[in-house]
Design a protein around this ligand. Structure first.
Ligand code: SF4
Length: 202
């Protein structure tokens, strides 16, 4: 953790957002899509849709067109609508601050809830396990688990709670900049002395 912190002192959530609702929307859109693409789409989207009511009241087809290039746009548009309808019905249009309430919104799983809690509210409720975190947790020998929920539980036992959000950022940044899925840059890696390189063949 010290090595990664030193390598990425300014690691942060790379999804552009100015408030919890925008982060929630961006995270829903980020499934199977790059943050870069999501940021291009949300640059326009957030100008037009400013409140939960804006999403809830939007015709589905209009939302679908607005987010089309993020992929899986039909499901994502439905998720945005159901989620924002629930925000209005149950939370006065505001994004709630607990794991339980967030995961009860349609289209919001534990990973999305962790992103929102950690980055919009500064609440360390879990560890975000995306494709980078899952891959690096294996390579670094932190767990043998492969299911995201189980990887998360293993990491929560290893990492102090106050570091959960940053730990996830450090792994994601390292996964994007050094420990690539294919051909990781082990010779240039800042933490190579500590890494057992599990499953890395070359
Ligand atoms: S040594 Fe290689 S496998 Fe280990 S963290 Fe660094 S880049 Fe990834």
């Amino acid at each position: 953790m010290a090595g990664l912190k030193k390598a990425y002192p300014d690691a942060h959530c790379e999804l552009d957002h100015a408030n919890p609702l925008e982060l929630l929307v961006a995270t829903i859109l980020s499934a199977q899509c790059t943050d870069k693409r999501v940021n291009i789409v949300t640059a326009d989207l957030f100008k037009k849709y400013r409140s939960a009511a804006d999403y809830a009241q939007a015709p589905l087809g209009e939302l679908e067109r607005a987010i089309k290039t993020t992929g899986f746009f039909r499901n994502k548009a439905k998720s945005l609508k159901t989620c924002c309808e629930a925000l209005i019905e149950k939370h006065g249009g505001q994004v709630p601050r607990t794991m339980e309430e967030l995961t009860q919104l349609g289209g919001v799983g534990r990973k999305t809830a962790n992103v929102v809690l950690g980055n919009a509210f500064g609440i360390n409720c879990g560890v975000v396990v995306d494709t980078h975190v899952a891959r690096l947790a294996q390579r670094l020998g932190l767990t043998k688990e492969t299911a995201p929920e189980k990887i998360e539980q293993a990491l929560m036992k290893l990492v102090p709670q106050e570091q959960w959000t940053m730990f996830s950022h450090w792994l994601i940044w390292h996964g994007r900049r050094r420990c690539y899925a294919r051909n990781p840059d082990c010779p240039g890696c800042e933490i190579k002395a500590l890494c057992p390189r599990i499953g890395v063949t070359d």
